[in-house]
Design a protein around this ligand. Structure first.
Ligand code: BG6
Ligand code: GLC
Ligand code: GLC
Length: 954
């Protein structure tokens, strides 16, 4: 027999050990006066101990020893509290935690309710209360109305369903749902359901939750590792009676916390002691490593039931706990829960009573088949037996129902056993709650934490003493916390409805987002149609027929052959930067010296004279800095606007595009305008030899490295392409053999209305606000100057629909061009966390939540994806035309590309290439990024022209 150290039993500790309801004296004080327990022994009766019975004087010792095991000292509680806290913090940090640790599962509930939620909701509760399933109809009245009592119905889940195939369980749930709804007189259109599923789950959204493992009395096959919301949705569909949207899945602790009556201050902890036990609380999101979030709070389900640190629990575990665990459905798991949860309390009492009977201390040393059967004493029995008001007669009756013969002092002893088991449960639960409170106090950095804890579950409802022991122990273990305990409303059903209301609102927002982005999502057929239309427009343009593609001859007849030599000046106007360059082409390669100059918007949109004077000023400055003053080097002019060329050094500006609108230039020869400006600035001599579009400059520049480069592509401020066409196809230029580079000016594609089916209202908004409405349709759907604006218009729309920024329009977002295209590149960068996305947007003065940031990201993705795909459809049309021109089965070709959007956006180039592969499968296309800009190409064109001129002179 174990030696009992009497000196351990100091009065205050014994006081904590067994606090009997109704002011019973503590057992240890009482024990001595119990005296020898009368043994009634029936000879030969079944289930009765015959031999080795203790002599009467041993009996009280035996009871003492037995109940002594349930004693948990304050020191042990503190150790458990500390170990639990450590386990919680480790899990929060995302460090790999053993299955025996607490799990700390984020729940996607980010705020406690505002009280403004309203509407009718169906709540389905599974797993909180033993073998029952509850369906509720909850009406939330918002801030206005009074509280309405929910309607509810409880269904008993047959044991074979709890342990059978998962599909059977969910079908049963769907069946209960429709039975409940059948009986309701309400309108059952558009039913919104919240699913309270009280098992450990990995949530990845408000309506996505994968069961980690069953706990408590459930063990259905085929559910662990699966999304329980999907399983429920499937079952509802199989059932087919009602159309029900499942919007949210929540743990019972979350429902308990969220349903807390408003008005008592923030309730930020939910505590459940029902069949199992667990708590949730609001954690600072920045402390939750698995979340990519640095602001706000998130509700964490602790799942403390799985806590089983042997170091601190080992000394507390009794032989009865070990026996209970061995016989449970999940041996070795949920060790902490098995000392607290209602599913186990009755069982612990039964094991103790059976033990005491077998040792001859109770029931005359006789057991009964019922007493020896698992599950014969339930939580409710414990509640009744423990209730002092029920009196000994009730205890007698219950025990007799179990087939036990109850002696005079048995009832009282049984009450002590119940109290011992319950008291220990309450004290252990207090240690766990104290760990949560310390965590909260620490993370909130508060000296004194004032907090409300919502409590729910049958153990609270049936055992009033549980709460009082819990309260008292929490005060002892967490003296810096001022805790008020608030019983949950409607068993947590109201809280589940609250979460569902929020989830339904978010789902509605998502639908609106999708509706608005749908026109940006182009399918294969749409892209193939763009390719075909482009092809048709190319042919018409080449023939000189009406077409939105001008197909301008460039008088560049060949790509470089490597024999070009000399020093050249180059200008590069029309992209993000204006540059002046010195290009030295030698046998050893090309050397470039360049300088960027600014062309302020008022100059770009002022008078032509002003613009060209500014250009000449920059050239003069550059010459001086490079020691080139007085020299008249041949000059190549990259001029990135549509020009009708009549030769290499003649280019009539057809119209400005992008941000330029300088007056008196359209219809003029740009080379003449430059020469006139040179003339105005006396003492400067320049020899303008060639004017080239940036696409041509880029193709030539890349062609110097790769002779297969026969296409030039720009996706920057604007967009355009050029390629080598058969001269015989070019109506505007005489001659039937050889090639000529054609500047497509594809930015204008669709200006004849051919793209109208694809254009969205946002494209129309951007076009209307631009300086050239009705012009450059294709460019406005693709290039850097416009993508940010498209995104901004979508954001404005979503805000007005209440989907973004809580529906509040900000002045900033109304500002044109505030949303630069470079933000798309930054926001869509894979290496960026969502919080960095938010930081970028906050810098713009947009106050947003994480949900907002995610939606903005999706908007950016949709807009840039469409742009890249349209661009790809254009390239596919070009390379296919080259292939067919040459009558080839397969074409291998390279495309020289430049432009900030193409180069900086993380996915643009990949999407262009993928689209080309899809639409032009017979062309092997290599994309070469131009590193040197188009100035080098302009110099090469100039070099060729000089060589030809020289040859002509000879
Ligand atoms: C540059 C070329 O690298 O890219 C320019 O040198 C071209 O000629 C430009 O116009 C296009 O890109 P962005 O983004 O500057 O318009
Ligand atoms: C179990 C479940 C947990 C639930 C608790 C109370 O511990 O794993 O999710 O909250 O029981 O029902
Ligand atoms: C605009 C211009 C075009 C240029 C393109 C890329 O579309 O009209 O000439 O090539 O922008 O800069």
């Amino acid at each position: 027999m174990r030696h009992i150290e009497r000196e351990e039993l100091k009065p205050e500790e014994s006081d904590q050990l067994l606090l009997l309801p109704g002011g019973h004296p503590p057992l240890w004080n009482h024990m001595d006066s119990i005296g020898p327990v009368g043994l009634q022994q029936r000879e030969g009766a079944p289930g009765c101990s015959q031999e080795g019975l203790p002599c009467p004087s041993d009996s009280s010792e035996l009871v003492l020893e037995c109940l002594q095991q349930f004693k948990v000292t304050e020191t042990q509680l503190q150790q458990i509290q500390a170990s639990l806290l450590g386990s919680m913090e480790q899990a929060l940090r995302g460090q790999a935690t053993p299955a025996s640790a607490v799990r700390m599962l984020p729940t996607y509930v980010g705020s406690t309710p505002h009280g403004t939620e309203q509407g009718d909701f169906v709540v389905l509760e599974l797993g909180a209360t033993g073998a029952s399933l509850r369906v509720l109809w909850v009406t939330l009245m918002g801030t206005e109305g009074h509280r309405m009592e929910p309607q509810s119905q409880e269904f008993v889940i047959p044991p074979e369903v709890m342990l059978g195939p998962g599909q059977q369980l969910f079908d049963f749930a769907a069946h209960c749902l429709s039975e409940f709804l059948d009986a309701l007189p309400m309108d059952k259109q558009g039913l919104q359901l919240g699913f309270s599923f009280s098992f450990p789950c990995h949530q990845t959204g408000l309506d996505r939750s994968t069961l980690i493992s069953w706990t408590k009395g459930f063990r259905c096959s085929g559910v662990e590792g699966h999304d329980v919301v999907q399983l429920l949705r499937d079952a509802i569909e199989r059932q087919g009676a009602y159309s029900i949207d499942v919007f949210a899945v929540v743990n019972d602790t979350v429902g308990t916390m969220m349903g807390c009556e408003p008005g008592v201050g923030p309730c930020e902890v939910g505590l459940v002691v029902d069949t199992g036990t667990n708590a949730c609380y609001m954690e600072e999101a920045r402390h939750v490593a698995v979340l990519d979030e640095d602001r706000g709070r998130v509700c964490i389900s602790v799942e403390w039931g799985s806590f089983s640190d042997d170091g601190v629990l080992g000394p507390v575990l009794t032989t009865f706990d070990h026996a209970l665990d061995r016989e449970s459905l999940n041996p070795g798991a949920q060790r902490f829960e098995k000392m607290i949860g209602g599913l186990y309390l009755g069982e612990l009492v039964r094991l103790v009573l059976a033990h005491l009977a077998q040792r001859g201390v109770l029931f005359g040393g006789c057991t009964s088949p019922a007493l020896l059967s698992r599950g014969s004493i339930l939580l409710d029995h414990v509640a009744e037996m423990e209730d002092p008001l029920a009196g000994a007669a009730r205890v007698h009756a219950l025990l007799q129902d179990l087939g036990l013969s109850v002696g005079a002092s048995d009832a009282e002893l049984v009450q002590y056993v119940c109290a011992a088991v319950l008291t220990r449960a309450a004290r252990l639960c207090a240690a766990a709650l104290a760990a949560v409170l310390s965590r909260l106090q620490h993370s909130r950095e508060q000296q004194m934490l004032q907090i409300a804890v919502a409590t729910g579950g049958r153990v609270f409802e049936r055992h009033p003493s549980f709460l009082s022991v819990l309260q008292k122990t929490v005060m002892l273990l967490a003296p810096q916390c001022d805790v008020s305990f608030i019983p949950s409303v409607d068993g947590g059903g109201r809280g589940v409805a609250m979460v569902t209301a929020v989830a339904a609102r978010l789902a509605a927002h998502r639908r609106l987002l999708e509706e608005n982005l749908a026109p940006f999502r182009l399918n294969h057929n749409q892209l193939a149609a763009v390719q075909a239309q482009m092809r048709e427009a190319m042919v018409k343009g080449l023939r000189g027929e009406a077409s939105s593609l001008r197909m301008l001859p460039t008088y560049v007849r060949a790509t470089p052959d490597g024999t070009e030599r000399g020093d050249f000046l180059a200008l590069d106007l029309g992209g993000t930067n204006f540059r002046v360059l010195l290009v030295r082409v030698t046998a050893g390669g090309v050397k470039i010296t360049s300088q960027v100059y600014s062309i302020p918007e008022d100059v770009a949109q002022g008078s032509g004279q002003q613009l060209f004077d500014r250009i000449v000023d920059c050239i003069v400055d550059f010459q001086q800095k490079q020691g080139l003053s007085g020299q008249s080097l041949p000059l190549g002019f990259t001029f990135s606007f549509p020009c009708r060329q009549l030769g290499l050094d003649q280019g009539i500006l057809l119209n400005w595009t992008k941000g330029f609108s300088a007056s008196d230039c359209e219809g003029q020869d740009v080379v003449c305008l430059l020469r006139e400006a040179i003339g105005r600035r006396q003492a400067v001599e320049l020899n303008v030899v060639a004017i080239v579009n940036d696409t041509v400059g880029t193709m030539m520049s890349c062609g110097y490295e790769d002779p297969r480069c026969e296409v030039g592509l720009i996706v920057g401020t604007g967009t355009n392409a050029c390629y080598m066409e058969e001269l015989r196809n070019v109506a505007a230029v005489a001659g039937d053999s050889g090639h000529m580079c054609i500047n497509m000016e594809w930015g204008a594609f669709g200006d004849d209305g051919s793209l109208d089916l694809l254009r969205t209202c946002f494209d129309a908004n951007v076009d209307q606000a631009s300086i050239n409405p009705g012009k450059q349709s294709f460019e406005k759907m693709i290039s850097g100057m416009y993508l940010g604006e498209i995104v901004r218009h979508i954001l404005l729309r979503l805000t007005s629909l209440g989907v973004l920024f809580r529906g509040q329009q900000t002045q900033r977002l109304q500002t044109r061009d505030i949303f630069k295209t470079k933000f798309l590149s930054e926001i869509e960068s894979d290496s960026l966390a969502l919080r960095q996305v938010r930081a970028i947007l906050e810098d713009l003065g947009l106050p947003l939540t994480s949900d907002d940031a995610l939606m903005v990201l999706e908007v950016c993705q949709a807009v840039s994806q469409r742009a890249a795909q349209l661009c790809g459809a254009g390239v596919a049309a070009v390379v296919e035309k080259i292939r067919e021109n040459r009558g080839l089965e397969e074409l291998t070709v390279s495309v020289g590309v430049d432009g900030t959007l193409y180069k900086l956006h993380p996915h643009f180039s990949g999407l262009v290439a993928a689209t080309v592969r899809e639409l032009a499968p017979r062309c092997a296309v290599t994309f070469l990024q131009s590193e040197d800009g188009s100035g080098k190409g302009a110099a090469l064109v100039t070099a060729v022209a000089c060589r030809l001129a020289q040859m002509a002179r000879v």
